[in-house]
Write a protein that binds this ligand. Structure first.
Ligand code: SF4
Length: 419
């Protein structure tokens, strides 16, 4: 009888792609995938260890996996990913019930990247690179994932064609810094070339780009977005801070004037773009003046989508040793202030959609309404559209008239289906 396995994937979409590779490898060895952690031979927990909260969540899930083993629901537990890559000896000491520890998956620029898709049938993440050489002073990733490695264009195109054949409606490109794609392999950035090729393959379906870096995002990417209607008008551009003093301490090469001029260019070339970013509050040495500068930057730019994080002091990173560490209570005060400001901004930004007709990808159904996303929303992190309509097909696009707007989400009625 075939052995069964299940996999719990924590952290970011890049880690999810690694989980898909691991699942595919087991499947090709004759294992049968189960989405239930019940009565399976092998359970893999693919962990995240980026910041404190992620580490805590990984430990919680490991403890639950051990309980599942003790209750007989699981016969073997494998812990993989960033947590064992970072703390192998400590984990071995702490968790003797674990059968196997694996570090981060080796990334192969070429060849076969088939994965057992763990996302819903209508969208897929495609990893175009791994590793990072930007070395931001607060980030542990370069020490876990190694230097920047791009994947060969042909390998990415082959995977994209395969996904299209499977009826995928949205392809999402991921990497630690997608904007540097190609620099190592081809000696120059080739993301624009890659995007143009993929836009041709996807026709009316969506292509979305995540994890760009303000220092490395070249303007031809914006022009590809402007000129290709199936490229989502969506830019994920983590800036992390805006005070030049703090950006320097973070080891970020862009300065305020570079970031604001890039954003100005993006908004002029793609006026309806949804700009997603992330900001860190409470970085060592951040003064009230720096923080106020960050808040006024938020008011000026009015990011459509924004993730705000409290600085997480990670041993093994340069910033861990910096003077001027901010007390947790003060970090929390700054976090709350920035979150409530963004809530107001997001509510006002969403008002612009009222009465508009938007293309919506229907993803789920509740009792008497459907749930979908627009091109301005990435899965799992951004807003949703609550759609009233009858007999809509999950995984299909529909024209929806927006009737109401909220802080993060929209509401609307379906007009017509789209091919
Ligand atoms: S660009 Fe991102 S992944 Fe790379 S070092 Fe900076 S924060 Fe980490």
């Amino acid at each position: 009888m075939n052995k069964t396995f299940s996999i719990i994937s924590l952290g970011c979409p890049r880690n999810l792609v690694d989980s898909e590779y691991m699942a595919f490898e087991l499947k090709s060895r004759g294992y049968v995938f189960s989405d239930q952690v019940k009565d399976v031979d092998t359970l893999i927990v693919n962990t995240c260890a980026f910041i404190e909260d992620a580490k805590r969540e990984s430990i919680d899930v490991i403890l639950k996996a051990i309980d599942a083993k003790k209750s007989g629901d699981v016969r073997k537990v494998i812990i993989a990913g960033c947590l064992p890559e970072r703390y192998l000896e400590e984990l071995k000491q702490e968790f003797r019930d674990i059968d196997e520890f694996r570090g981060v998956l080796e990334f192969k620029p070429k060849g076969d990247h088939r994965g057992l898709k763990l996302t819903p049938d209508h969208y897929a993440y495609v990893k175009i690179s791994e590793g990072c050489g930007n070395r931001c002073s607060y980030c542990i990733i370069p020490y876990l994932k190694g230097p920047y490695k791009s994947r060969e264009i042909d390998s990415i195109i082959k995977e994209t064609r395969g996904l299209m054949k499977k009826g995928i409606k949205e392809v999402i490109l991921v990497g630690q810094d997608t904007s540097l794609y190609g620099i190592d392999l081809y000696g120059r950035k080739r993301l624009a070339d890659l995007l143009r090729k993929i836009c041709l393959i996807l026709k009316g379906n969506w292509i979305r780009l995540l994890y760009c870096h303000p220092t490395n995002l070249s303007r031809d990417i914006i022009r590809v977005m402007r000129d290709n209607s199936n490229m989502c008008r969506y830019i994920d551009l983590p800036v992390e801070h805006i005070s030049d003093r703090i950006l320097k301490k973070m080891g970020r090469k862009s300065r305020k004037k570079d970031i604001t001029s890039l954003i100005g260019y993006i908004r002029s070339e793609v006026p309806d773009v949804a700009l997603r970013s992330s900001l860190i509050v409470g970085f060592p040495g951040e003064t009230e003046k720096d923080f106020q500068e960050l808040l006024s930057f938020m008011r000026d730019i009015r990011f459509e989508r924004l993730g705000i994080f409290k600085y997480s002091r990670e041993e093994g990173t340069p910033a861990h040793k910096y003077k001027g560490q901010i007390p947790e209570k003060e970090k929390q005060r700054r976090f709350d202030a920035a979150m409530s400001l963004q809530q107001e901004i997001s509510a006002r930004v969403n008002e612009r959609f009222k009465g508009k007709v938007l293309k919506v990808l229907i993803e789920d159904r509740e009792k008497d309404y459907y749930i979908g996303r627009t091109e301005y929303d990435a899965p799992e992190v951004d807003g949703l559209v609550y759609v009233s309509g009858k007999n809509l097909k999950i995984g299909d696009f529909y024209n929806v008239r927006i009737t109401d707007t909220h802080e993060y989400d929209l509401q609307g009625v379906v007009l017509t289906g789209l091919a």
